[in-house]
Design a protein around this ligand. Structure first.
Ligand code: SAH
Length: 506
C-alpha cells in the first residue's frame, strides 16, 4: 500500500516545510510498527522547489490473521481478510488509514508549532495513490473527491491484467488529487474515504468510530452530497451507528445554516451590556476610533471582517470617503439583519455599488479579499478559540494583506470597572478569551513582525490610569515596499520594539 504527498515551493516558502507539517524530517527514512505491519515514511525528493513524502505500508498477513481470529466478527477471520493476504500488496485501504493515525497523528490534527502560519494555510498539493481499491469504480471515486475542493481529481481504472485488456478492469484505480488545500484537511478526507472506497473495514466497528468519523469529517462531511453513503460504508452499514452519525451531521448542517445563534444574540446585547456609561456608548466610541484611524490611513476601500449586524458598515456608508465597503461574516443571520439595517433592497444603484455583504469564515483564505486599503476586525478575535487564531492571522495578514489592519478587542484589566460584571467573568458568553494590554501587545507585535507590518496601539473609551481603557485597538500598517526583504523585516521588528518601549515608558 503506497501513497505519495507532494508539494511545490519557493525560496521564501520552501517545499521542504512539508517535513515540518508532517512532523517527519525529509532527510530521514523512518519506520513505524502499526497493528498490522510496518509503515515506512521517506522522501523520494526534497528540494525547496519540490518535496514528496511517501508512505509505504507493508502488511503483515500473519498479524492480520491473528488479529482477525481474536477480534473478527463471530471470531472467525473476516472473509474480507482474504484480500489483504492474497491481493496485490500495494493497495491502499482502511489499513492505510489506520497507519496514517499512527504516522501522521499531529498532521491529521493540524498541529504544527514550528510553522503555525503554514499549517493553517492551503498549500499546493499532489497526492497519488497508485492502487486504490474502489468498490463503485472510478465514478464513485470522482463523486467522493469531486466536491472537496480539489482542482483536479484524476481517476484511472487499473486493468486486471495489462497483457489481457479484454479481461477488463480490476477493482483498483490510480488516484491523483491536485489542488490547494490545507494538509490536515486533505489527510482527514483520505482517512475517511480510503476505507469508504475499500468498503471492507478490517476491524470491528466500535461505537467510538462514530466520533472518529465526525472528527475527521469536520468541515466537509456534513455538506458532502454523498454523506449518507460515506457514513454508512464507513460504519460498515451498522444501521444504529449510521443513524447516530447522520443525526449529528444534521445538527451540524442546521447550525451552519442558522449559524451564530450565540454571536448574533450577543452582538445584539453588545450595544447594551457593553456600554453602561451613557451618554456615549462604548460601541460608538469604538466606531469613531475606527473611522478616524481609517481616515488617518487614507483608506477608501475597506473590509469589515466579522461585520456582525452591520453598524460599522452603515457608518462608513454615510461617509463618501469610503468608496467600497465589504462586510464579511460567518453568520447568515447577522448578515440578514445587516442587510435589513442598511436597507440593501431599497438602496439606489450608486449606493449599492459601494457596499457588499458576503458570508465567509475568516479562518479561511479568500482571494476575493485581496487588494483592499484596510481591514477592520472589530471585537472579533476574542470570538475565536485560541488555536484557530493563527488561521485568521494568516488569512488576513498573510493572504489578504491590506495596507492597514485595525484590530479592537476588550481590555480584560478594565473588567473590574464594570459594576455589573461578576469578578473573573468575561464580557460576553461567547468570548473565548479576553486579553490584558500586555497580552494583546505581545500578540500584535508578533503578528506584525511575522508579516511585515508595523503596529501602534490606541486606547478606546476612557483611559483609566490604573487599568487602562475598556477597549484596546491595534493599528497595523504594512511596512513600506514590503517585498519580503529580510532587512525590512528586521527594521519592522525594531520599529515595533521601539513603539513597545515608548508605550511602556508612557
Ligand atoms: N464587528 C462587529 C461585530 C462583533 S461580534 C462589532 O464590532 O460590533 C463578532 C462577529 O464576528 C460576529 O458577528 C460573528 O459572527 C463574527 N465571527 C466570529 N467568528 C468568525 C469567523 N471565524 N469568521 C467570520 N466571522 C466570524
Amino acid at each position: 500500500m503506497f501513497m505519495t504527498i507532494s508539494t511545490t515551493g519557493t525560496p521564501e516558502l520552501p517545499a521542504t516545510d512539508l517535513g515540518f507539517l508532517l512532523h517527519k524530517h525529509p532527510d530521514k527514512a523512518q519506520t513505524f510498527s502499526t497493528s498490522h505491519g510496518t509503515a515506512h515514511v521517506f522522501y523520494p525528493e526534497a528540494s525547496p522547489e519540490r518535496c514528496t513524502a511517501a508512505l509505504l505500508l507493508e502488511v503483515d498477513p500473519v498479524a492480520l490473521v491473528r488479529r482477525g481470529k481474536g477480534k473478527g466478527r463471530g471470531g472467525a477471520p473476516d472473509a474480507a481478510l482474504a484480500q489483504y493476504v492474497n491481493d496485490r500488496p500495494y493497495a491502499a485501504s482502511s489499513l492505510m488509514s489506520v497507519a496514517m493515525t499512527t504516522v501522521f497523528k499531529s498532521a491529521l490534527r493540524g498541529d504544527c508549532r514550528a510553522l503555525p502560519g503554514r499549517v493553517a494555510a492551503p498549500l499546493p498539493l499532489r497526492i497519488e495513490i497508485p492502487a486504490l481499491p474502489a468498490r463503485g469504480g472510478a465514478e464513485l471515486v470522482r463523486k467522493l473527491f469531486g466536491p472537496l475542493g480539489w482542482e483536479h481529481v484524476g481517476v484511472e481504472p487499473v486493468p486486471l491484467d495489462e497483457r489481457f485488456p479484454e479481461w477488463g478492469d480490476s477493482r483498483y484505480v490510480r488516484l491523483v488529487l491536485e489542488g490547494e488545500l490545507r494538509l490536515s484537511d486533505a489527510l482527514r478526507q483520505l482517512y475517511v474515504l480510503l476505507p469508504v472506497l475499500d468498503d471492507a473495514k478490517h476491524y470491528w466497528v466500535a461505537p467510538d468510530e462514530v466520533d472518529k468519523l465526525l472528527r475527521a469529517g469536520e468541515g466537509w462531511l456534513a455538506a458532502h452530497p454523498e454523506h449518507r453513503l460515506i457514513t454508512s460504508r464507513y460504519l460498515s452499514r451498522r444501521w444504529g451507528l449510521t443513524r447516530q452519525a447522520e443525526q449529528a451531521l444534521e445538527l451540524v448542517r442546521l447550525a451552519e445554516s442558522d449559524d451564530l445563534d450565540v454571536e448574533s444574540v450577543d452582538n445584539a446585547v453588545d450595544e447594551s451590556t457593553d456600554t453602561p456609561e451613557r451618554p456615549v456608548p462604548l460601541a460608538q466610541h469604538r466606531r469613531e476610533a475606527i473611522l478616524s484611524a481609517l481616515h488617518g490611513a487614507g483608506a477608501s476601500r475597506v473590509l469589515d471582517l466579522g461585520c456582525g449586524q452591520g453598524q460599522l458598515v452603515q457608518a462608513m456608508l454615510k461617509d463618501v470617503r469610503f468608496t467600497e465597503i465589504v462586510g464579511v461574516d460567518v453568520s447568515m443571520r447577522a448578515l440578514t439583519i445587516a442587510a435589513r439595517r442598511l436597507k440593501l433592497e431599497r438602496m439606489g444603484e450608486r449606493q449599492s455599488r459601494r457596499v457588499e455583504l458576503r458570508q465567509g469564515a475568516l479562518t479561511y483564505t479568500d482571494k476575493g479579499l485581496r487588494g483592499y486599503d484596510a481591514a477592520v476586525l472589530s471585537e472579533v478575535v476574542e470570538h475565536l478559540d485560541l488555536p484557530r487564531l493563527p488561521a485568521l492571522e494568516y488569512a488576513v495578514f498573510g493572504a489578504a494583506r491590506p495596507r492597514t489592519v485595525l484590530v479592537t478587542t476588550p481590555n480584560v484589566e478594565y473588567n473590574v470597572r464594570w459594576e455589573t460584571l461578576p469578578a473573573g467573568h468575561v464580557r460576553h458568553g461567547d468570548h473565548r478569551f479576553e486579553w490584558t494590554r500586555a497580552e494583546f501587545r505581545e500578540w500584535a507585535v508578533t503578528v506584525a513582525d511575522r508579516h511585515g507590518y508595523t503596529v501602534a496601539f490606541t486606547p478606546v473609551g476612557p483611559d483609566d490610569p490604573e487599568v487602562g481603557p475598556p477597549t484596546q485597538m491595534a493599528v497595523f500598517t504594512l511596512a513600506e515596499s514590503d517585498s519580503a526583504s529580510s532587512d525590512k523585516r528586521t527594521s519592522t521588528h525594531a520599529n515595533t520594539n521601539e513603539r513597545e518601549k515608548e508605550a511602556k515608558a508612557a
